[in-house]
Design a protein around this ligand. Structure first.
Ligand code: 59J
Length: 576
């Protein structure tokens, strides 16, 4: 009745009714809350508990990506990734029993104390490597123990089939598959993939029961095909090593370029190291000296001085140059030849390697003109090959040259180069005046070269460099039977704190073949030969000859000297 009245009268005017409504609403809300709580407990809460339980066994693990293969120009492998297992543990799940750990250590081939210490130090972690990159037998032995908390992780290990033969070019990765040196470092972003992730379900012992979901697939790295030719590489390595041993040299480098494309067909250094070994030897053995180390080029610079002279129009190959009496005073310095060569012409200055002649030619040119040729040929500037740690070398600006610097630069002192730079500059002489872009990866066709000398000048210098390898030249031992060879020797006294040394030399040869239409350019550097001869013509030239002879044959390059020394020798033999 009061309800009806209340209803009919409306509540607005009755404060008692309003209070009652508030109380009723409170009860209703409380009831709802209780019901909600019940639902929560029966449905949501059990789900939460179940998920809590599962979380102990559901794990996200990383899926390692396959690193791209490095190959030579013919597809022969230089670096390959092979799958290996690494043993890891969840310290919390491991048995505390010392005897079990001792058995585990034995299976892993490591001292028990080291294993115990390693686990103790990482008690709070859920993942600790026990031993990485184990062989399949070790992995099997470890898993046969059936210990809880011990697992295998699939990883990749790098293998270098050519070992130390191609070590300096290919480089190596660390245990995490990241490039550390050489092409492995310089092209790391290309070679390396991106690891994926997957969710796995594990049982109470922590063993993976099943893959639940692939969260992100691993993206494999890309293969890389280098310009290197495995056969030429082996040849270069072998001959360089033999010469370094024979002359008890401190080290050495050899670079072989394709004269037309600028591709690096072979590059080797001594000392070398085996990249497959965990300890990769001393740092000094790991440098790719052909790219990282500079030296004064000495007489191997003379062809470029002569190129500047010819380009200027003031000199021709037969222009006379008076080198008498075998020395030349320049300001307060004296330029010397090993003997008095007398009256020569430009061609003979190169063939006899006259320092006085080169200095006189250089001093007859404006400094800027001489410098500009050196700069165009790439001296003082890294080749931008992408190889890590490449040195620029030094070429002072001509405005900082005094007359002495101009004279000594002419025969290769007061500036410094890498073996790769020197090879690139000789490649410009080989390619009729076009400086090629140096490339470690293989190229499809010619990837651009820059004209740095008139073709006529490059050909004239090349003809002079043939004279060096001919009769009366300093480079006769660079001759290759059946082929015309052009090149230049160099014997450089090393500069030290007390000036130029009387006992420490660098022996050099830089050249190309076949001289009529060069296919290959090579530079040989022998650092501090100590036994036997030390002249470039006697130490470096024979290495050049042997590598070129083998390379020309391997590449099926047709001979361009049908009546070369080989035929003469065969003829002589037939006559006896
Ligand atoms: C040489 C130099 C040092 C630097 C001289 C080599 C200079 C010079 C100051 C004496 C050995 C030696 C700037 S020699 O490369 O002339 O390759 O077959 O180191 O001359 O002025 O006992 N090369 N080498 N010179 N310095 N400064 C000749 C020549 C060269 C040969 C031989 C004999 C030098 C034929 C060098 C070779 O062409």
């Amino acid at each position: 009745m009061r309800w009806q009245r209340h209803e009919s009268a409306g509540g607005r005017a009755d404060p008692a009714l309003a209070r009652r409504r508030v109380v009723l609403a409170c009860f209703a809300l409380a009831g709802l809350a209780l019901a909600g709580r019940a639902v929560f407990l029966q449905v949501l809460n059990t789900d939460f508990l179940r998920r809590q339980g599962e979380a102990r066994h559901l794990r996200v693990v990383s899926v390692p990506a396959h690193r791209g293969m490095i190959m030579d120009r013919n597809g022969e492998p230089l670096a390959i990734s092979t799958p290996v297992d690494s043993v890891w543990a969840d310290p919390g799940a491991l048995p505390a029993d010392r005897r079990a750990l001792a058995r585990l250590a034995q299976a892993l081939g490591m001292p028990a104390e080291r294993l115990v210490r390693r686990i103790a130090a990482r008690r709070e972690r859920e993942f600790v490597y026990l031993r990485r990159h184990v062989d399949p037998a070790t992995a099997a032995r470890v898993m046969a123990l059936g210990l809880p908390g011990v697992h295998l992780q699939r990883e990749y290990r790098r293998y270098y089939p050519m070992g130390e033969v191609a070590a300096h070019v290919v480089g190596f990765t660390n245990i995490d598959d990241v490039g550390q040196e050489g092409v492995e470092l310089g092209w790391d972003r290309w070679l390396r993939g991106e690891p994926g992730a997957k969710r796995v379900l594990k049982d109470r012992l922590g063993r993976v029961v099943r893959d639940v979901a692939l969260l992100r697939p691993a993206r494999p790295g890309r293969d890389l095909r280098l310009a290197l030719d495995r056969r030429l590489q082996y040849l270069a390595y072998r001959e360089l090593k033999a010469a370094v041993l024979r002359h008890r040299a401190r080290g050495g480098s050899i670079v072989v370029l394709d004269a037309r494309t600028g591709e690096v067909l072979a590059m080797a250094n001594q000392p070398a190291y085996n990249p497959n070994r965990r300890d990769r030897g001393p740092r000094t053995a790991r440098r790719n000296r052909a790219v990282t180390d500079v030296f004064e080029p000495g007489s191997t610079m003379k062809p470029f001085t002569v190129a500047a002279a010819l380009e200027s129009g003031r000199f021709r190959p037969d222009t006379p140059v008076d080198t008498r009496p075998g020395l030349l005073r320049v300001a307060d310095a004296t330029v010397r030849d090993i003997r008095n060569f007398g009256l020569l012409d430009v061609t003979e200055v190169v063939r006899r390697s006259s320092n006085v002649g080169a200095a006189k030619i250089a001093l007859a040119l404006p400094a800027r003109r001489l410098w500009s040729v050196y700069a165009r040929l790439g001296f003082g500037r890294a080749t931008a090959s992408g190889f890590p740690g490449e040195a620029d070398g030094v070429l002072l600006d001509h405005r900082r040259w005094h007359v002495v610097e101009q004279a000594t630069a002419a025969f290769g002192y007061g500036l410094s180069v890498t073996a790769l730079q020197l090879a690139r500059a000789y490649a410009a002489l080989a390619a009729d005046g076009r400086l090629p872009q140096v490339s470690f990866p293989r190229r499809a066709g010619n990837a651009g070269s820059e004209r740095v000398l008139p073709a006529r000048v490059a050909r004239q210098v090349r003809a002079m460099l043939e004279g060096v390898v001919g009769p009366g030249g300093t480079g006769r031992r660079a001759a290759v039977p059946g082929y015309r060879v052009a090149g230049k020797t160099g014997t450089v006294r090393k500069a030290g704190p007390g000036g130029y040394s009387d006992t420490r030399y660098v022996a050099l040869f830089a050249g190309m073949a076949p001289a009529s239409r060069p296919r290959l350019v090579a530079v040989v550097v022998i650092d501090e030969p100590r036994a036997g001869a030390y002249y470039g013509g006697e130490v470096a030239a024979p290495v050049f000859a042997r590598v070129m002879a083998g390379a020309l044959r391997l590449l099926d390059v047709p001979p361009d000297a049908p009546r070369g020394p080989m035929h003469v020798a065969l003829g002589a033999e037939a006559a006896t």
